[in-house]
Each structure stands twice: as structure tokens, then as C-alpha cells.
Design a protein around this ligand. Sequence first.
Ligand code: AHG
Ligand code: MN
Ligand code: MN
Length: 337
Amino acid sequence: MMENSRIAMSIGTALDRFIKSHQEQFKYATGELSQLLRDIALSSKVVNREINRAGLIDLAGSSGSMNQAGDNQQKLDVLANIRFIRALKKGGEACAIISEEEDSILEVNKDANYVVAIDPLDGSSNIDVNVSIGTIFSIYRRITPAGEPTTEADVLQPGINQVAAGYVLYGSSTMLVYTTGKGVNGFTYDPSLGEYFLSHPNMQIPEDGKIYSINEGSYNSFTPAVKAFVEQCRERQLSGRYIGSLVADFHRNLLKGGIYVYPTTEKSPNGKLRLMYECNALAFVVEQAGGKASTGSQRIMEIQPTDIHQKVPFFIGSKKMVERAEALHKQPAGSTA
Ligand code: AHG
Ligand code: MN
Ligand code: MN
């Protein structure tokens, strides 16, 4: 018989308490960043509730509008965007917000110190079929002094300047995973208590893995280097796993070891994923967990952004797997086909 102590597993620290007790690790230990993280966590609970009920309260399906990238916006994309932006505005700690669902920079509170980049709902084409989706966020400290209007330079900072980043995975259970540059911690949501609890302390991605995640349906339009990488994965008999929800694919690979790739294709010459609110945040998380994120030839977090919605080719995951992909990009053209 299982011991009672093993059945009644200990519940980890609540997220609020964890944020508070780690506050002094931040470079600017004033509590503002803590408040931002709490605002994001709170709105994710509201979004989680709406996702869970989507099929019952007419929240599934398209909203009938498009975002700046020409993607069909789902009702939940629009709603999640409203929820996060409202919470960040009310919280008062964000001077500017950029979002996948907003054409331009939203100036919020000029007296605040932080810029937030957010993909409120990622993988939204999976909502209607009950497959995992996510939220991705990234936080920067502004460059100009608080009190002045926010400038483009405050927003267009390279990923290495992030002070915090993370994601929420609305999956078989809902998790919030984040870093402030001192390792990665994962929290699981207990809906009956309405709280996130530390369940995955100090997450580390295996150095190598057996999973590759790429949309192989686009194989014919991959570059020779990407084709060679896919061939190599097949020869090594790795497992192909592709949900089509970046957060879910990334999270699985973080836990098990693997690589997620969204490369250049004919349809999307710079890939599909957005540097500022998809790639940089996950790059920060993966590097803090011991992994790597690259375009194939450049470290994601060193790219100087030029546009808030810019797209980049994306290779992310276990260190050795990303390095194998990078090695194939270094070979002279023609020798990799
Ligand atoms: P979003 O729903 O925010 O527009 O992003 C979806 C992304 C990502 O989550 C996923 O991995 C990828 O699009 C899937 O694209 P393909 O269908 O082209 O493979
Ligand atoms: Mn997205
Ligand atoms: Mn989205």
C-alpha cells in the first residue's frame, strides 16, 4: 500500500509567494516587475476560464476580423488580448505594450518602467478542436527615463535585454513557466484553489533529445540546409511530434528534450513566428534552462529588432540539436542538398 505521505503529495509554493520571495534577485528590486508578473498571472486565470468554457458560451470560432499579419483572428484571440491589456493597464507598471493582435505600440502609463510584448493566445487555430494553446510574454525595462513618452527604441530592444519572459500553457493542466534570468520555474494551476503552485522548480532541458517538431508538409519549400536537417532527424530515427501550437510543442521538448523548428518557406520567407512576442521570450526561457535558440545562423536574442511584428526563422530546444541544425547552415551552398 502506498504511504499516505506519498499520496498526499506536498503542494509547492504559491506563485504570489514565490514571486515575492525572489523579488530581491531583480536588478531593480522595487516590486514593479513582481506586480507585472502578478498581473499577467491573474489575467491568464481569466483567459483559462474562458478557454475551458469556449464551446459552451459561443467563444469558439472566428471573430470575422484579421490581425496585421493577415491571420484570421479567433474570438478568443480578441478576448485574450483585451484581458491581458486591461490587466496591464490597470496594474500601472507597463509604459508600453506590443501585441500580436495590435497593429502598433500601445502607450499605456508613461510613468512606468516596463515594456511588455505579448502573444495573448498562440496556436489559436487549435481552440475549436480542444488542443493545447498558450500565451507568450516578454518584459523589458525601458531605456528612456520614466515620465517621458515611450519611444520606439524602448520597445525595439534585442532579446538579451529581457528582464523576464515566459508562457502559459493551457493544456491537460494549465501551467505558467517563467524566468527572470535566474533559472526557469514552472507552476501548475489548481482551478479549485484558483492559484498557481510551484511544480517544476529549476527546469533544465536535456542537452540532447529524440523529438523533432516541424511542419513537414512544407518540406518541398524548405532550404537545402533545413531539408538536410530533416533528413538527418529521419536517419537518426527521431520521433516527429508537431502539435501546431508553439507553446505546447516547446513545453514538451523542454521537458523531454527535442527541437522545434519553424524555418523559412516559400510562403513565409522569414518563417512565420514573430521575434518580439514569440521567439525572444522562449529563447530566454530555453537558454536559462540550458538550451539554445537560433535562426540557423544567429542567436535569436542578439537580433536587433527593426519592426515590432518582424518574423524570423526559428530553431529552439536542446543544445546539441540546435547546434546540429546550425552546423548544416554553415556548409557551403549546394553541399547540403
Ligand atoms: P498564432 O496562433 O499566434 O498565429 O501562432 C500559431 C503558430 C504556432 O503556434 C504554431 O507552431 C505555428 O503557428 C503553426 O503554423 P503551421 O500551421 O504553418 O505549421
Ligand atoms: Mn502566435
Ligand atoms: Mn496569437
